[in-house]
Design a protein around this ligand. Structure first.
Ligand SMILES: Nc1ncnc2c1ncn2[C@@H]1O[C@H](COP(=O)(O)OP(=O)(O)O)[C@@H](O)[C@H]1O
Ligand SMILES: [Mg+2]
Length: 258
């Protein structure tokens, strides 16, 4: 496979795979993706992959198309070309309800809780495609985020930003996805809560869930992840291990504030 990043001196997507755990399988594969909204094309020829259990970060300037890429994986944009494959199955053009069934959970950037519903109702909504609430999964979410158990009867809208972010993640974990898409999980959090949020994401990944995350807090995200992509103007610019991107003078200058 080739990426637009081939044009520069950086690791291409196929050699980037060498940084992932031995024996891991390709989970998500985005190839030559063109996508946007209505007739408006935002993404051009984007290639990206996530292996089983891998932690991948997408960084890049505001308006680069990071959220659009996440939405495209989850079936929320207009598809204009290319393919999205998940666990060997072509999911291009499927609806979000179908994609959830395949094992992908998605936490959007904004407005990611039902503010007038209780915490527990929000979590139950995460499993609405099932006939019954999966009690084991609910308990696992409460164990992971004890504050949600403490506040399970409270309306989501009365919770702090950090707590609502945990709730949104918990809701996406209710179906125990193989891949969790996180769009700016640290956005709007007080600085002392940002590290805690990243620690929680590490823990989710350590328990075996692959993570594909978009972050404005690019340096910290690259420090934590296995591999990163730099997206600009709807195109892949770089793909490499997080450390390699962090240490690349050009990436630092152009995308990481020096
Ligand atoms: N619903 C939409 N309809 C039309 N254009 C959109 C929509 N959402 C985002 N865009 C445009 O797509 C481009 C990429 O946006 P986005 O993916 O949100 O960037 P990022 O997440 O990297 O900041 C921007 O120019 C933005 O204005
Ligand atoms: Mg965004």
């Amino acid at each position: 496979m080739s990426t637009n990043a081939d044009a520069d001196t950086h690791t291409d997507a196929s050699t980037g795979a060498s940084t992932t755990p031995a024996g891991s399988e390709r989970l998500l594969e985005v190839e030559n993706l063109d996508a946007g909204y209505g007739d408006l094309q935002i993404l051009t020829d984007v290639d990206m992959f996530v292996d089983e259990g891998e932690y991948v970060t997408i960084v890049g300037p505001n308006g680069a198309g990071k959220s659009t890429l996440m939405k495209s994986v989850f079936g929320l944009t207009a598809h204009m070309g290319g393919t999205v494959t998940f666990a060997g199955e072509d999911i291009t053009g499927l609806m979000p309800e179908q994609i959830i069934h395949e094992g992908i959970g998605y936490v959007p950037q904004n407005d990611n809780t039902f503010t007038s519903l209780s915490v527990q109702e929000n979590l139950e909504m995460g499993a609405y495609i099932l006939d019954e609430v999966p009690e084991d999964a609910l308990e696992a979410v409460f164990d992971r985020f004890p504050i949600l158990r403490e506040r399970k009867d409270q309306k989501a809208g009365t919770m702090s930003g950090g707590q609502q972010q945990m709730l949104a993640m918990g809701r996406a974990l209710m179906l125990e996805p193989d891949l969790l898409l996180l769009d700016e999980p640290s956005a709007g959090l007080a600085p002392d809560l940002v590290a805690d949020m990243f620690d929680r994401i590490d823990a989710i990944n350590d328990d075996g869930t692959a993570v594909l995350m978009v972050e404005q807090n690019a340096k910290e995200a690259l420090r934590r992840c296995d591999r990163g992509y730099v997206l600009a103007n709807g195109e892949n610019r770089y793909v490499d291990s997080g450390d390699a991107l962090l240490n690349d003078p050009q990436v630092r200058q152009d995308f990481l504030g020096g």
